[in-house]
Design a protein around this ligand. Structure first.
Ligand code: PMP
Length: 407
């Protein structure tokens, strides 16, 4: 008899090195509590609460009816390719070639593939903190070493040229820049990008991944600038990542894309050809309609987000011990909770850190938010205002009541 007793169910080391996404875990926890019958005010969700606009859904239905239900090229349908190239040119003024763009099942998959396609063991990736929760784990999963650079409130939670210079080593492969930022909503101005570009010019080995997935959720008067348009000389070192999830309320359609150096794009496409062949053909038709069709949904939804942001910021600043400012972009408020650390709950436990505080809020106020430590900076928490105004208002009332109960 063959011996099957030694089968190992231990995950591979690349899996053991990483954790599941904290935001996905938070959403799962909320679902569990709701299933137990609790009413939870959920401010964890990083996705628009709006429905996908009708003309986008109609394009998907038309694609299904026209039989566009087969594999496409790894690099996407001609319609989506030209929609992506058109959008890139409108926003950056740069015309990319077809060999310089790629796409995948969400920006998340594109970023993962970009790292998989380029990192060797020991390569470092510079990640300013607070960061989107997935960057460090994606780097670790692909054998790289995340190099976290703390960026505090004094610099608006943004990377400065000095901090960038101090982080670069001979092993540095990538810098990841996220503007507008998840979780802070911070937006890099053209001048700030130009200053970073000045440092990047001195280190030609460094590639830059600019994650611009929130660039349409913009509360500034000016369009949000991309590093590549501020520093076109660096074009062959910048991988610009974007997608349709946030701007067009299309998180479930799973289409993201990137534009950048042809060799990196070719390596991503090679991996994609072995990983998924191509993203869903129907979703591609919808994404093409989103990027090249009527854009009024974008500006209308941003005005709704603006009202929610202002309500959240005013309400939270009125809570003793919490402080925050109105972000320039994305749909998050990043709240400093240093004023509640060290306080005691009615049950007699001490709030030692932001995680304790978010657990207390869930327990005492039935409000779900995500602790700052998940994003690499304490003591903060993130709320998403991609939810209706009533929910935001009742969350603020419940948080205020829970904070008042602390001693
Ligand atoms: N980057 C950032 C900063 C994000 O917040 C998200 C979504 N939470 C993504 C990328 C991925 O977006 P998607 O995969 O839906 O395109």
């Amino acid at each position: 008899m063959p011996d099957y007793s030694s089968a190992s169910y231990e995950p591979a080391s690349r899996v053991s090195r990483i954790k599941s996404s904290p935001s996905v875990a938070a959403a799962a926890r909320v679902r569990e509590l709701k299933a137990e019958g609790r009413t939870i005010i959920d401010l964890t969700v990083g996705e628009p609460d709006f429905d996908t606009p009708e003309h986008i859904k109609a394009a998907a239905v038309a694609a299904i009816e026209a039989g566009e239900t087969k594999y496409t090229s790894v690099t996407g349908t001609p319609a989506l390719q030209s929609a992506i190239l058109g959008r890139l040119e409108r926003h950056t003024g740069i015309s990319y070639g077809k060999n310089e763009i790629t796409l995948g099942g969400g920006a998340k998959q594109v970023i993962f593939l970009a790292l998989m396609a380029t990192l060797d063991a020991g390569d470092e990736v510079i990640i300013p903190a607070p960061y989107w929760v997935s960057y460090p784990d994606m780097v670790l999963a692909n054998e790289g070493t995340p190099l976290i650079v703390p960026c505090g409130g004094d610099t608006g939670f943004k990377l400065t040229p000095e901090a960038l210079r101090g982080a670069i080593t001979p092993q540095s492969k990538w810098l990841i820049l996220n503007t507008p930022s998840n979780p802070t909503g911070a937006v890099y101005s053209r001048d700030e990008l130009a200053a970073l570009a000045g440092v990047l010019e001195e280190f030609p080995q460094l590639l830059v991944l600019t994650d611009e997935i929130y660039d349409e959720i913009n509360f500034c008067r000016e369009r949000i600038a991309s590093l590549v348009e501020v520093a076109p000389a660096l074009k062959d070192r910048i991988l610009l990542v974007n997608g349709v999830s946030k701007a067009y309320a299309m998180t479930g359609w799973r289409i993201g894309y990137a534009a950048g150096p042809a060799p990196v794009v070719a390596a991503i496409n090679k991996l994609q050809s072995q990983m998924s062949s191509c993203p869903s053909s129907v979703s591609q038709a919808a994404a093409a309609a989103a990027l090249s069709g009527d854009q009024s949904f974008v500006s209308e939804s941003v005005e709704v987000y603006r009202g929610r942001r202002d309500t959240a910021v005013a309400g939270l600043n009125a809570v003793d011990g919490l402080s925050c400012s109105a972000a320039d972009g994305a749909f998050y408020t990043w709240v400093n909770c240093s004023g509640v650390i060290g306080k005691t709950t009615p049950a007699g436990t001490t709030i030692r850190n932001d995680e304790d505080f978010t657990l207390y809020l869930l327990d005492a106020a039935s409000v779900a938010v995500i602790q700052g430590s998940a994003y690499g900076l304490e003591p903060y928490f993130r709320i998403s205002f991609a939810t209706d105004l009533d929910t935001i208002q009742s969350a603020v009332v419940a948080i205020d009541k829970a904070v008042r109960a602390l001693s």
